[in-house]
Ligand binder design. Structure first.
Ligand SMILES: [Zn+2]
Length: 142
């Protein structure tokens, strides 16, 4: 989570850019009842700036697991790769939903590493997605 105050105009721009969804697990703020937080894609601890280009929205779980990391291990190769960048990379190029919409599947090294590192298939998230899917709120179509 950002330790720096985000100016109101910048916050509004980033919320709009992110579509009010977590950039990693795609949870919508409107159905989680939790405020999404501002994620420094390059963490402040690593010199990341508080700029539109370096900010996105994340849910508390994804943000907590991402912490100050920029890389993670691809479970298929054992090699370190950069984490997914929701600002510059297309989610669907790196991830897909399982057929029932409850699990996030990594399609690339970046996707696989991010699924593991950010716990994108945490049991509580999977349970919530199951309920959201039953009422047609999930998975997101964009
Ligand atoms: Zn998330």
């Amino acid at each position: 989570m950002s330790k720096t105050r985000i100016p109101a105009k910048l916050a509004q721009q980033v919320r709009s850019d992110a579509g009010h969804r977590c950039g990693y697990c795609r949870a919508s703020q409107s159905i989680t009842s939790m405020s999404l937080v501002f994620d420094h894609i390059i963490p402040e601890a690593a010199g990341g700036q508080t700029t539109r280009e370096n900010l996105w929205l994340a849910c508390e779980r994804c943000n907590r697991h991402k912490a100050d990391r920029t890389t993670a291990i691809d479970p298929d190769t054992g090699q370190p790769v950069l984490l997914f960048n929701p600002r510059s990379q297309a989610w669907r190029a790196h991830f897909a939903w399982s057929p029932d919409g409850t699990q996030i599947v990594g399609l690339s090294a970046v996707g696989r590493a991010t699924v593991v590192a950010l716990h994108l298939n945490h049991p509580l998230a999977v349970t919530a997605r199951r309920y959201w899917a039953k009422v047609g709120w999930h998975p997101p179509q964009e």
